[in-house]
Write a protein that binds this ligand. Structure first.
Ligand SMILES: Cc1cc2nc3c(=O)[nH]c(=O)nc-3n(C[C@H](O)[C@H](O)[C@H](O)COP(=O)(O)O)c2cc1C
Length: 391
């Protein structure tokens, strides 16, 4: 397993933990993943909901809470830390400012095209920026739009790209119709994005790693997608059922109790589809009920707050706190595989063992020839567990 190299930043474990809001990936999870060698990511969206004055001072509460969580995470790890920013939120530039002021290592920009981001950074007078900028897209075409715009207007391109497929947890950058029937394979999206970025890499003499996300749950998944050209993976769902994940135990238990058929697509007030675990809250909404709420501020640029049936930020925060009657859990397509809550270090060890089992199984099959290894022999079980030191 090669480290993920983003410019001069070396990440020993090529795993970015997905930022998960509201208040699901804070300093606890992020520092644990960073300590295990990956990039631990704090989700910034509506993070101020963890502060007592959010309803009155939402902007200040968000900035204060983000700063607090970054500093707390930094006190717990010397590893690589990131912040996940959703371009679709009203105060995204405020949160970007805090992340830059706190000298975060990595900034992941998703849920919209961050076309003007470099202009904001220039206008604000930030110089000698330490952070690497990673853009999250759902297609090679979207990557091209961002790269072309930045290249043309700022003579600069992002440092890495996350391409996220339709199996991911959370909001999906796909149209509802794209999620019916056969889904576009993540491996294809990765290959297309690698090809698309080639020209920019040459023009700027800069390597831009493509990182794959969405439905990646095991080390085997990691191995397979990295064979298609991904230099790393982004995983959210797998890190929910960890001791260090900042959500309540009740939230984590919804994953453990979920069956494959419970994982469903919802229509979010954000205007995008999302993947979540079906529960009574979702059933009530599907049957036409609404969850009346008072909108204190329009936290999402696109939210039609007077007409949407519920407040998504509130529902997600309620769920993170364990109030599943008033919320629901976003989850990737493989959330049903969770069986227990375990330490992040254990998850990472399992990922490495699974990855190397897959890799050696492939070597053996290639060496012996496919036909000499009957299908009924499960090579992963034959190959003894490999002791791998945690990075
Ligand atoms: C519970 C949960 C909450 C999430 N919240 C956010 C979020 O607030 N902002 C965001 O950009 N992505 C969010 N995501 C997406 C993750 O950052 C990541 O891209 C995704 O989990 C990868 O797919 P996977 O869950 O199949 O691993 C969330 C995902 C989950 C599972």
């Amino acid at each position: 397993m090669n480290p993920l190299q983003i410019g001069n930043l070396k990440v020993n474990l090529p795993v970015i933990q997905g930022g998960m809001g509201v208040a699901i990936s804070l300093s606890g999870l992020a520092s644990a993943v960073a300590n295990a060698g990956g990039i631990g990511v704090i989700s910034a969206v509506a993070i101020g909901m963890t502060e007592p004055d959010y309803m009155k001072n939402y902007r200040e509460a968000n900035k204060r809470a983000l700063r607090k969580e970054i500093r707390k995470a930094r006190s717990l790890t010397d590893g690589v830390l990131g912040v996940n920013l959703m371009v679709a939120v009203t105060d995204y530039e405020d949160l970007l400012t805090v992340a830059l002021e706190e000298k975060i290592d990595v900034i992941i920009l998703g849920a919209g095209l961050p076309l003007k981001m470099p202009q904001y950074v220039i206008d604000k007078g930030f110089k000698n920026i330490h952070a690497k900028f990673i853009v999250k897209v759902s297609s090679a075409k979207a990557a091209k739009v961002i790269f072309s715009f930045w290249a043309k207007n700022f003579n600069y391109i992002p440092d890495a790209v996350v391409v996220e497929g339709p199996m991911a947890g959370g909001h999906l950058g796909f149209k509802p119709d794209d999620l019916n029937g056969e889904l576009v394979p993540l491996g294809d999206l990765v290959e297309e994005t690698v090809v698309e970025l080639n020209k920019f890499e040459q023009d700027f003499e800069k390597e831009v790693p493509v990182i794959a996300g969405g439905g990646i749950y095991s080390g085997k998944d990691m191995y397979e997608i990295m064979k298609r050209g991904a230099k790393g993976v982004k995983m959210g769902t797998r890190f929910v059922t960890t001791n260090e994940c900042d959500a309540s135990v009740k939230f984590k238990e919804t994953y453990i109790n979920a069956k494959e058929g419970d994982i469903t697509i919802i229509k979010s007030p954000v205007g995008l589809p999302g993947r979540a675990i079906k529960n009574s809250f979702i059933d009530r909404l599907n049957s036409g009920e609404t969850e009346p709420f008072k909108c204190y501020w329009k936290c999402l640029k696109s939210c039609d707050s007077k007409n949407v049936p519920y407040c998504i930020a509130q529902a997600l925060h309620n769920a993170a706190q364990g109030n599943m009657e008033k919320g629901f859990a976003f989850a990737g397509s493989k959330a049903y595989l969770a069986t227990k809550i375990q330490p992040v270090a254990q998850v990472v060890l399992e990922l490495k063992v699974e990855y190397y089992k897959q890799k050696y199984m492939e070597y053996i099959r290639n060496f012996l020839g496919q036909r000499l290894v009957p299908e009924q022999i499960k090579l992963p079980n034959v190959i003894p567990n490999i002791n791998i030191r945690l990075a």
